[in-house]
Design a protein around this ligand. Structure first.
Ligand code: HAM
Length: 423
């Protein structure tokens, strides 16, 4: 049998035939929560193309992402790439039409992204990412708002301050540190890359790389350990404290972010037990719109990306994923085939009334139909019958409480509507 490519996923409806498969239901559950919280914070949804000119990424994403591109020459001889991240697309879209939107612009998207990464726990070659970004506001109040959104998204899955922390840092702080010690600004990005890898790399290797740039490993670790918040970070923490969200953040200069375009405050969300890769990451990128618009538009910007892969692993490990089923309000039993036509009309009316309903396509034994109703976890069965006066009535039965009702079909629809499977 043909298999899928490594690092790509098939999503199946639950119950999953095998625990290693991916759940389409869990994915939808995540998307719904992402969307709902972004909406509560006043973010509007946008989208862009999954295939972009290669140049969009070689310009400013940084070597790490460019090395992971799925790129090729298309039939029109264009150099193209599957999007490895959303930020350059968004910067392009905003640069093109920002005049038509009041500032600050608050937008979100849920793109599927492609990176040819070395496969490891929490990292695949395709993932979905909630992206939330703000344009046209340089005040750190916007950074605080974005971080509050990230915290609330995580909390909406039942995760608490015991489970995760947002590590706050600042490229400005690192830049000052760098400028005080190194006269060559061209080396700054190389320096940031070493800091970004500090946690994952052998200390001896980092020590060597830092020495080559003229830095001592010890002065770096001293700076990180002091964790002195900049005035900007202190303001953000104060803002979050007003919202009762102080416990979810800490200053941690080990975070610097791998992507080249970040300019100011940066942050990453991690699980507190340190079992997983970063859950989410983002920060300010005040120069990207200018760069992508060839200097025509200058808009401060900030945002984050929050992937579905680590989130799913984390929710699974904490037992925070609900059980999923079709969520049927009713299964219509057709035990008397002379009533199939009336039953089809009834099913149609139930569905028109907004109810989720299923039934057997072809004649089947009553016990088989009932079993199917139970297996699909329908909340009710409904069955059309004729009463002694010869009128059509609907018998509804709640499969959990076993409560039965016999009502005229129109009343049964209303009765069921007041008792939905999914509240
Ligand atoms: P990023 O740190 O590259 O940032 O990715 C953000 C999140 O996406 C990660 O924390 C992780 O949850 C998820 N992620 C990244 N790569 C993979 C992968 N190979 N497999 C599974 N999950 C992955 C960005 O992409 C920035 N564009 C975010 C941003 C938006 N910054 C400003 N606005």
């Amino acid at each position: 049998m043909m298999d899928r490519l490594p690092g790509f996923r098939d999503f199946y409806p639950e119950p999953l035939p095998h625990p290693d498969l991916w759940s389409a239901d869990a994915r939808q559950y995540i998307f719904n929560r992402w969307r709902a919280m972004a909406h509560r914070y006043g973010f509007r949804e946008y989208d862009g193309p999954p295939l972009e000119p290669l140049e969009l990424y070689t310009l400013k994403s940084g070597d790490e992402i460019v090395g992971q591109l799925y790129n090729f020459t298309d039939k029109g001889d264009r150099q193209v790439a599957l999007r490895p991240e959303m930020t350059p697309t968004l910067a392009r879209m905003v640069a093109a039409h920002e005049r038509n939107y009041k500032k600050p612009i608050k937008w979100f998207a849920i793109p599927q992204l492609f990176r040819y990464e070395r496969q490891q726990k929490g990292r695949l070659r395709e993932h979905f990412q909630l992206n939330a970004d703000i344009f046209g506001e340089s005040d750190p109040a916007a950074d605080a708002e974005l971080i509050a959104l990230l915290i609330d998204v995580l909390r909406s899955f039942g995760l608490t301050a015991e489970d995760f922390v947002i590590r706050l840092s600042s490229r400005n702080a690192w830049q000052d540190f760098f400028n005080q010690r190194c006269p060559d600004p061209a080396k700054a990005y190389e320096f940031y890359q070493i800091i970004d890898k500090l946690e994952r790399e052998e200390p001896a290797r980092s020590r060597e790389k830092l020495a080559a740039l003229g830095f001592s490993y010890d002065e770096i670790t001293t700076f990180i350990q002091a964790g002195e918040p900049t005035a900007e970070l202190a303001g953000i923490i104060q803002n979050l404290a007003c919202r009762g969200l102080r416990d979810y953040v800490k200053v941690d200069y080990q975070v610097i972010r791998g992507l080249a375009y970040y300019t100011g405050v940066v942050f990453e969300a991690f699980d507190k037990r340190g079992e997983f890769r970063a859950i989410a990451g983002g920060g300010r990128y005040d120069n990207l719109v200018k760069l992508i618009s060839g200097g025509k538009v200058h808009l401060p910007a900030l945002g984050f990306g929050f992937g579905d892969v680590v989130l799913l692993e984390l929710l699974k490990s904490r037992g925070l994923l609900p059980a999923f089923d079709a969520g049927l309000d009713a299964f219509c039993l057709i035990e008397d085939e002379t009533l199939r036509g009336d039953s089809l009309k009834f099913v149609q009316d139930l569905r028109t009334g907004g109810l989720a309903v299923d039934y057997s396509f072809t004649p089947a034994k009553p016990d088989k139909q009932f079993k199917r109703a139970q297996e699909s976890k329908a909340l009710h069965t409904v069955r059309l019958e004729r009463n002694p006066a010869g009128e059509l009535v609907a018998r509804t039965r709640n499969l959990r409480t076993r409560e039965e009702q016999v009502l005229p079909p129109a009343d049964a629809i209303q009765w069921l509507s007041l008792r939905p499977a999914k509240a």
